[in-house]
Design a protein around this ligand. Structure first.
Ligand code: PMP
Length: 395
């Protein structure tokens, strides 16, 4: 019955019908859009388009109402237990959201001698803003220390044992990632909260988790203060995203760049996207993509020339990956002999649209690319098997 459920969802993506010989395997970069989202945007632009927050006439009022309704929808979607205390700020994506948390909230929050813990090998968008914040503070004569959120080289996950040593009395902020954009593994954020205690704000880059699996703020294991995500990776239009801020700790988050005209059509699309995802069921979506990913990893690990990134070498190729090592919708690999851009070209020539480069990973060697396959609920078992068939010809 999962097959029938998935088929019905896939049928709602017009782009996938347009060129059925192509397989879209790059959803970690951006997702495709279901018809409900396209229709919501069309309806908005043909009935209510105006600027938000400044009108006294019907279209402007409707636009303002839609923007406010989307703010509420984001809180609901994240199961925010205290929606009256939190805030939602719309952005163009996760990069802008993280920059905004760094510049508009973190910089005024920190004082001389404070320490922040940030990931050095996650998406660059989750490192550069924190380094920039430290630079801005230094220019004002305020010295802070940027420390690495420690990680295990073998699995790509944070090293929760080493975390105890990295945390000190001056630790004032932690930036973390929910699901890694190269390894696809769960970063076990609850361990970070255990290590830093209740009072240190945690900012979560949820670019690869929102829309892919449940992200529930009413779950005690997800005790974070900021959730930053990209709407465009979660079925909404390009140029969309949001920051959810708990606002209960420290100074209130007053994001800058608020005075301009917001991306109202994008915000409308985000509400429709979250409605769509809620109806599909984040839990069920995660089950589907994890099943496809497991099929891909379990077979790929038996093909000798391929190395899956973030997969511990100690696990013998061919053995079944333990559940904790399972990937959620993202598998990144290299071929021993074939450079990744060549491998990418070979896959493109078979209609398989993957990502083949250095994947914007902080600290990654630009010359040492890899191939990333990333999935969403519209991907099928047939697409995975097509990919495996082509990869097997080079094994
Ligand atoms: N963080 C992570 C984990 C990501 O995967 C991405 C997108 N690849 C980003 C940040 C940047 O997102 P955006 O392109 O929406 O700014």
């Amino acid at each position: 019955q999962d097959l029938r459920w998935q088929r019905a969802l896939r049928d709602q993506f017009p782009i996938l019908d347009a060129e059925p010989e192509l397989a879209y395997l790059d959803s970690a970069a951006t997702s495709q859009k279901p018809r409900a989202v396209l229709d919501a945007v069309h309806t908005y632009l043909t009935t209510s388009n105006a600027n938000a927050g400044r009108g006294t006439y019907p279209w402007a009022n409707r636009t303002t109402d839609l923007v406010e309704a989307t703010r509420g929808r984001v809180k609901e979607f994240l199961h925010d237990p205290e929606p009256d205390r939190s805030g939602v700020h719309f952005t163009a994506g996760t990069s802008e959201g993280l920059r905004s948390v760094a510049r508009d909230w973190l910089v005024p929050y920190l004082a001389e001698g404070d320490e922040i813990l940030v990931p050095f090998a996650d998406h660059r968008a989750n490192l550069d803003p924190w380094l920039e914040a430290a630079r801005l503070l230094a220019e004002r004569g305020i010295g802070i220390r940027v420390r690495e959120l420690p990680r295990q080289a073998s699995s790509g996950d944070y090293d929760h044992r080493a975390l105890g040593d990295a945390v000190g009395p001056r630790t004032r902020f932690v930036a973390a990632t929910h699901v890694h954009h190269v390894y696809g593994g769960d970063m076990n954020v609850h361990r970070i909260r255990e290590a830093v205690g209740a009072d240190v704000p945690i900012c979560l880059d949820a670019a690869q988790s929102v829309g892919h699996r449940p992200v529930r703020l009413d779950d005690p294991s997800l005790d974070v203060d900021f959730v930053v995500f990209s709407g465009h990776k979660a079925m909404a239009l390009p140029g969309t995203g949001a920051v959810w801020a708990r606002n209960a700790r420290g100074p209130r988050f007053r994001p800058g760049g608020w005075q301009g005209t917001p991306n109202t059509a994008g915000i409308v699309s985000l509400r429709a996207a979250l409605d769509w995802l809620e109806a599909a069921g984040p839990e069920r979506i995660a089950r589907w993509t994890t099943a496809l990913t497991t099929r891909l990893t379990d077979r790929l690990r038996r093909m000798e020339p391929y190395e899956i990134l973030g997969c511990p070498a100690s696990l013998a190729a061919g053995s079944v990956l333990p559940a904790a090592q399972r990937r959620h919708g993202i598998v990144t690999f290299r071929h021993r002999d074939i450079p990744s851009d060549d491998l990418g070209f070979i896959l493109f020539s078979h209609g398989l649209m993957v990502r083949a480069d250095s994947l914007c990973q902080a600290g990654a060697d630009e010359r040492n690319g890899s191939v990333r396959v990333s999935l969403h609920v519209y991907n099928t078992v047939e697409e995975i098997d097509r990919l495996l068939t082509v990869l097997a010809t080079m094994a």
